[in-house]
Design a protein around this ligand. Structure first.
Ligand SMILES: Nc1ncnc2c1ncn2[C@@H]1O[C@H](COP(=O)(O)OP(=O)(O)OP(=O)(O)O)[C@@H](O)[C@H]1O
Ligand SMILES: [Mg+2]
Length: 370
């Protein structure tokens, strides 16, 4: 039956304010102009970036895209799961893409959906997905990002009744299937640090699975250099020894990598059973930023840089010692997530004495000063 004029006028227009008010109950909403990150801030991850670029292009041209694929029944679900340790760029990269493609994104803390009250979790899950679908019908492409998605339906969630966990999972799956079937320009992202605890039915609902991990030494070098150049942009002097020591260390580490590969006839990861760094330590007497930051996430390196800045802001100069000590102070996340492979690579670091300082001073053995 055609709608009367009155009904048409009553149709809710999702202005920015209404979206904020309604969806704010479930999480944080970011409009493109609020987003500071750019995809270029997250270094590495090149293949993921290429795939996500196609993904977001399809999301922007959703109607055209689904129309073309309609009779094939092959239109992929616009769902992406990002998994891996904290601070490796999962949220920032997604926000960066939302900005690049001018799409609003709501980051839902899945923990907040989960309620010990029977039935409330299901109501919340349905509520947020249905609301996001309505918004995307009205406004065009929209991204719903479930952070800590394992909280829905795992032992980690604070639902204590097993039946309720199952019902929450089923409800999540049903609502996602329905949205996919209805065909709205809504992309659903999920992120988790606990992929092994994620219900396998949830895992399978996602079309793409992207693994994020601690950066290898090539990427750590780039991340360190990028934060150093940001410090320079803030008009704080940066001691040349930081970049020159990093370059020397990188060359040495690369040499060990090539030699190991030649010796064993295969690529040897620096995170493999400590073998790589044991070999490095035999050959090199000095330690540096790349060795220190084994098991650091991009976010740990960022935090270390911020700590170093506390001192540099007063002196106007970021020195090698300050930078090294600040990174050492914040520590790497691998230790907290008990990644034995990575920890076995880094365990000898505290005993290493000689460092790449300009004047070859020993680093203090106690807790480093800021
Ligand atoms: N590959 C990287 N290159 C440059 N910076 C990075 C990289 N990975 C992480 N960072 C830095 O760490 C910050 C935090 O990353 P982000 O919050 O996206 O991590 P996450 O994987 O979502 O973590 P969590 O699992 O804890 O939610 C980024 O804003 C960025 O400054
Ligand atoms: Mg995150």
């Amino acid at each position: 039956m055609p709608k009367s004029n009155d009904e048409k006028e009553d149709k809710l227009i999702y202005t920015d304010d209404i979206i904020k008010e309604r969806i704010g109950k479930y999480g944080a909403i970011y409009f493109p102009s609020d987003i500071k990150e750019s995809i270029d801030d997250i270094l590495g991850n090149e293949i993921k970036k290429e795939i996500l670029d196609d993904f977001f292009k399809a999301l922007k041209k959703y109607n055209e895209f689904t129309e073309n694929l309609k009779n094939t029944k092959l239109a992929p679900n616009l769902t992406v799961l990002l998994y891996g340790p904290p601070g490796t760029g999962k949220t920032s990269l997604t926000r960066g893409f939302a900005k690049k493609f001018n799409i609003p994104i709501c980051v839902v803390e899945s923990d907040r959906l989960v309620s010990p009250l029977l039935g409330d979790t299901i109501k919340n899950i349905r509520g947020v997905v249905e609301l996001a679908a309505e918004i995307s019908k009205d406004r065009g492409a929209f991204v719903l990002f479930f952070d800590e998605i394992d909280a829905i339906g795992s032992e980690r969630s604070n639902i204590h009744e097993v039946g309720e966990i199952k019902r929450a999972v089923i409800s999540f799956l049903q609502v996602i299937d329905r949205i996919n079937y209805e065909g709205v320009p809504l992309a659903i992202f999920g992120a988790t640090n606990h992929q092994h605890q994620l219900d396998s039915a949830i895992w399978r609902r996602f079309t793409f699975h992207f693994k994020f991990d601690f950066p290898d030494f090539h990427l750590r070098k780039k991340i360190i250099e990028s934060f150093i150049s940001k410090v320079k942009n803030a008009k704080i002097g940066v001691d040349d020894s930081i970049n020159s020591n990093l370059a020397i260390e990188y060359k040495e580490v690369q040499k060990v990598s090539k030699e190991l590969q030649a010796k064993l006839g295969r690529f040897v990861s620096e995170f493999e059973n400590g073998l790589f760094w044991q070999e490095y330590r035999k050959k090199s007497k000095s330690t540096g930023l790349l060795e220190l930051t084994i098991g650091y996430s991009g976010s740990d390196i960022e935090r270390g840089t911020r700590v170093a800045l506390l001192k540099s802001i007063n002196t106007g100069l970021l020195t090698y010692d300050n930078f090294y000590n600040s990174l050492k102070l914040v520590g790497g996340t691998a230790i907290h997530v008990e990644r034995q492979d990575i920890l076995s690579a880094s365990k000898q670091i505290p005993n290493r004495s000689k460092t790449y300082t300009k004047n070859n001073r020993k680093l203090p053995s106690g807790p480093p000063e800021i």
